[in-house]
Design a protein around this ligand. Structure first.
Ligand code: FAD
Ligand code: SIN
Length: 506
């Protein structure tokens, strides 16, 4: 088993991991940083981000106060107001750094930043690079990080578990790109592992978003919160054969797109005064109910009335994808349905990104900071990732040199071949169980899914005693464990109470 030592270990190369590497290197270019990604360096949620980053920029029309209020309202009373204030007021500084690092954002006709509108925002405040903001971020930051002499990048490295001893995180275990079992010892370990959309049958998230950071945290008793608040994006293209659904950015609804039922009627104003621009929880729920009423699998996005040349220029990714799928957006309605999109909860961290284990930190989508509450306001997540990576960099550079590297001789990992198709069956079953209704549906549907997933977890554990002997096996376990925690939190209180009192009687 090989062993690697570093000062700071960052697991994840989305905006959270990349920007942390950059900030750390700017403050102290002598720090040894090891940055891991599970597949290629750019495959992550960040790469697919479309709409942009929410930042108060036009101080004549907008204010921090309005952005704070919009965030709190979307979060349904569960946001931490202090965190919301902090993230929103830091945003302009973090935006400037992104611009300095070479990220290009669209300009309006006066040469200022073009500000888009998305659901739940009372003002236009989304800065963006057409409809491929995440692609722009990744393709500009990766070459910068690759040039940093103090940063080593390891792609196709699968982290399996944290190494925790007496409440301290000493690093982690995993398999390198050749399948070689590896121990990495670090003075600080930072999880920036992204979301868990792949737990669900239909998601906007890529295949790498399997809740690995959360599952590692579960296995190491690191505290989590609000895992049940999985945000469904209302407008993913409905393509039944695909599990990574193509997202149609909410910015297009901000630009004027309508959502129609099968009779060609707009129905969202019946549920909310903001219609298509209500927050995502409201729009996804209304669409799900509409589909149920119609016994249909999708509703429709209407782009036909929008100015086509301007649309093509502003939203080239969506335009091209629709065309490739055979849709002429000036004539055709686009079939859409909600897709699992964002994990609002996660690993609990404090204001600097510290978890409840010493030397272990979490930033980005895998973390729970208190910003999003029960429902994230659109385009607040890239912002959260960069604000927390900035603040954590400050903290780590001032503390890491007082920390000693430590080994844990009990940390072992053995690679074994697997029957891929047998493991895949567990994954397929899980994704078949996990739907919108499984967490937001009738009580009975939630209970049923919980029972099915608990049973699946039991069967998995019986069949595979060593879940960590192969990346695909471990990833599948991560998916099932993450699903179980989401469902457990979603169970009706009466069911939980009943179960607990039965256990007590036994
Ligand atoms: P990610 O970008 O997902 O990166 C995770 C990294 O962790 C990857 O490099 C992965 O390889 C690595 N990793 C995971 N597990 C392991 C493991 N076991 N071992 C090693 N490495 C591992 N938010 C906005 O604010 N604005 C938007 O416009 C927007 N649009 C979106 C559009 C889509 C289609 C999607 C899916 C999301 C969108 N979001 C948007 C959400 C936002 O993109 C994410 O929340 C954010 O990018 C998360 O960044 P991150 O760095 O935390 O994680
Ligand atoms: C979108 O572009 O609709 C996604 C924005 C987000 O998830 O914040």
């Amino acid at each position: 088993m090989q062993k690697i030592q570093t000062d700071i270990l960052i697991v994840g190369s989305g905006l959270a991991g990349l920007s942390l590497s950059k900030y750390l290197s700017e403050i102290n270019p002598n720090l040894l940083i090891l940055l891991l990604s599970k597949t290629s360096i750019d495959e992550c949620n960040t790469y697919y981000a479309q709409g942009g980053i929410a930042v108060v920029h036009d101080f004549l029309k907008d204010s921090y106060k309005q952005h704070v209020e919009d965030t709190l309202k979307a979060g349904k009373g569960l946001c931490d107001e202090k965190v919301v204030q902090h993230v929103i007021t830091e945003a302009p500084k973090r935006l400037n750094e992104l611009l300095q690092w070479g990220v290009e954002l669209d300009k309006n006709s006066q040469g200022g930043l073009d500000l888009g509108l998305e659901g739940g925002h009372s003002q236009n405040r989304i800065v963006h690079h057409k409809d491929k903001t995440g692609y722009e971020i990744e393709t500009k930051l990766i070459p910068l990080i690759e040039k940093l002499p103090n940063v080593t990048i390891k792609t196709s490295f699968f982290a399996t578990d944290l190494i925790i001893e007496n409440g301290h995180c000493l690093g982690l275990k995993g398999f390198d790109e050749k399948g070689e079992p590896t121990i990495i010892e670090a003075k600080a370990t930072v999880l920036a592992t992204g979301g868990s959309g792949q737990v669900f049958g239909v998601t906007s998230n890529p295949f790498v978003s399997t809740g690995d950071g959360v599952a590692m945290a579960i296995r190491s008793n690191v505290a989590l919160q609000n895992m049940k608040y999985i945000q469904f994006h209302p407008t993913a293209m409905f393509e039944p054969q695909k599990s990574q659904a193509f997202l149609i950015t909410e910015a297009i609804r901000g630009y004027g797109a309508h959502i129609l039922n099968s009779n060609g009627e707009r129905f969202l104003f019946e549920v909310h005064k903001n219609g298509e621009l209500a927050t995502r929880d409201v729009v996804s729920k209304a669409i799900s109910e509409q589909m149920k009423k119609e016994n249909g699998k999708n509703v429709w996005l209407d782009l036909r009335h929008l100015p086509i040349e301007d649309f093509k220029n502003k939203f080239p990714k969506v335009f091209n994808y629709c065309s490739q799928q055979g849709f002429d957006i000036t004539q055709d309605l686009i079939p859409i349905a909600p897709a699992a999109h964002y994990q609002c909860g996660g690993i609990i961290v404090d204001e600097k990104g510290a978890t409840d284990k010493l030397q272990l930190f979490a930033i980005g989508e895998c973390s729970y900071t208190g910003l999003h509450g029960a429902n994230r306001l659109a385009s607040n997540s890239l912002l959260e990732a960069i604000v927390y990576s900035h603040d954590l960099a400050d903290y780590l550079t001032s503390t890491v040199f007082t920390t000693q590297l430590k080994s844990n001789e009990n940390a072992v990992l053995i690679y074994k071949n697997i029957h891929h198709d047998e493991v895949l069956q567990f994954r397929n079953q899980l994704q078949w169980f996990m739907k919108y209704e499984s967490i937001y549906g009738e009580k009975q549907a939630i209970i049923k899914t919980y029972q099915l997933v608990s049973e699946l977890l039991k069967r998995f554990r019986m069949k595979y005693k060593k879940y960590d002997s192969h990346p695909f096996l471990c990833e599948t376990y991560n998916l099932i464990q993450t699903a179980e925690i989401i469902l457990k939190e979603s169970l009706p209180v009466s069911y939980k109470r009943n179960k607990i009192s039965k256990k007590t009687k036994l």
